[in-house]
Design a protein around this ligand. Sequence first.
Ligand SMILES: Nc1ncnc2c1ncn2[C@@H]1O[C@H](COP(=O)(O)OP(=O)(O)OP(=O)(O)O)[C@@H](O)[C@H]1O
Length: 703
Amino acid sequence: MFRRKLAILAVAVLAFAVLALGVGAKAMDATLIGLGVVGVLFAAAIWSSLRISSFLQVFTGIFGVEYVLFGGVVLLGQLGLWPEALADFMVSRSLPATVAVFGILVWAASHLRVIRSITDIADLYFNDREVKPAQIWPFGVVRMRENRLATIALVSLVLINQVQVGINVRLSFFNRDWFNAIQEKNAADFWSLLYTVFLFWAVIYIVIAILEYVVQSGLTIRWRQDLTNRYTTHWLDDGTHYRMALTGEQADNPDQRIAVDVDRFIELTYGFSITLLATVTTLVSFAIVLWNISASFTIPGTEIVIPGLLFWTALVYASVGTLITHFIGRALAPLNFQQQRFEADFRFSLARLREYAEQVALLEGERAERQIVMGRFGNVIDNFWRIVNLRKRLLAFTAFYGQISPIIPYVIAAPFYFLGKVQLGVLTQTAGAFGRVEGSLTFFINYYVSLADYKAVIDRLTTFGASIRAARALGREPPRLDIAQESGPDVRLDDVELRLPGGRAIVSVPQLTLRAGESALITGASGSGKSTMMRALAGIWPYGEGRISVPAGASVMLLPQRPYIPMGTLRLAVSYPALSGVYTDAQLRDALVAARLPELADSLDSQENWSGRLSGGEQQRLAIARALLARPDWLFLDEATSALDEFSEAALYKMLAEKLPETTVVSIGHRTTLQAMHRRHLQMQPGADGRFTPGDAEQRATA
Ligand SMILES: Nc1ncnc2c1ncn2[C@@H]1O[C@H](COP(=O)(O)OP(=O)(O)OP(=O)(O)O)[C@@H](O)[C@H]1O
């Protein structure tokens, strides 16, 4: 997304690396030569990062800028040009090379398949170029491209985390000096360090901690908004959700994917990028501190220093702890994963029971239901106990480990203190740095547990995206069923062959014209493909080939046998699929009265479970009211009046003909009385090959 800027950065990094190599070679300085070599590699990595994910490019960009900045400071120091007054801000000589290594690692990681899956999802947001408003203090409402805002937030969070680590390092030195002052009973230093150093940095730390919380929340909320909106839209657009159900692709529970997985993905991606980066930064910074302090620890009775003694101790200690934790807790990830599944199954069985309350009550199926529900709950509980058992053992170890961790560095360093080799301040700084290094190392074990979860979330979102794409592509490859908009007023089918998802042809239509203004009834044996033909006419059936021509710009409405009624007010239920508020109350009431539902005309604002409350026939009449409001050019009724008595059915057909004179009605039905209400009668006739073909049964003079 910011390719040009990255290209410039690659050139700047290369230029600086060459400079460092030159100065290093002249001064025979190994650190500078190393800095130059790493820089050249890093420049190459940035250059080839021009094609990697936008999300990762942000990190590459930050490390590139830091390499040049920190490297510049180190170089100036080497040349003796760094001002004496700024000596406090001199950075560690290994810092620029470290950030370059981080940058190279990001580039390397971008080639891993799992990282690609992650960045493919993350980039949906980080490539969103839409301009949206955002409330940003103190600027008020700002309008900018979403990807720019996301990048600014991400960069700020990385920098905030790095500054926090920097402050922690600075405070560890304050800690050393402060305790030395205590040991030396130097009251003046004690107070001045407290006021000038500690208070200053502590206040900054607090302010940026709040800033971090606000920026992080803002980023994750907007990210979730964006992804949820994107997935919901792609899932619903173009009837994709229906096709996905048809294909039976591996995308079960879209509700969980949209509602739960998106949220978990963002939380875990944040954890595995920014928090991980902060931890690695802490680890590296305090490892350096610990390494340097180790120089004060000589083997007793000698002046021999074991390089990095304290660092190695922390590493071994944390590794042992991590290994044991892993050994005890490795079964926890699959157990947690299972727990989520069992909980979801249990919840779903309760929700389903609520949905089918009437059938269950009529069949007196409560005992069977209790058995099913409690069986599922039993799975939840069994798994819970397994988790508790495991956690108990894990807790025994981690509590023990947590108790002795703060003691270890003292035990190691105290003998040196008693011998007078190190001061009290160094002793406490050692303990602090040891704790940070050890804490960062054990951080991985904590996140390790979430790794399995993360992988599952990524897989679920990736397969969801893939099956959305597959469903969209369905029916686009030839031979396909073409729906063509044409200038004539009629609907025509030419050489149409309709198939089941498995490929078996069930309906064959060499030629059929449904003439505008001529109502038609389609009858035929159950399973002869009548509904499938209607789905094809409505443009939602993707399996088959041939050509269906529909009048350009004509509106089509299909009413199925069991109408769908959304949750909410009656107003919404009647207006559907138009949005609530599109029709006036008077229009809604008129439609309800005309559809023979006058008793509902005054309940427009009532919020009820309408699909549970209304009878089957009432629900069908509600659907007819929708057709009256929508006034489509073509109205397909697929057994849409089957729950009504014959008298009401006839009255509704008559009313439709009067109120919607411009609408052509095409019905599917089994009752013979329906024939009198249509001008034309088509019957599905079986062919020798098992396919059905609609053909004229008889002609009637009147509708
Ligand atoms: N999504 C699907 N997957 C597999 N088979 C399907 C699918 N939808 C429909 N079918 C099959 O296609 C055949 C035709 O179904 P369709 O609903 O079109 O018949 P119909 O003539 O409308 O039947 P009825 O009069 O009973 O409503 C049936 O055998 C049905 O099982």
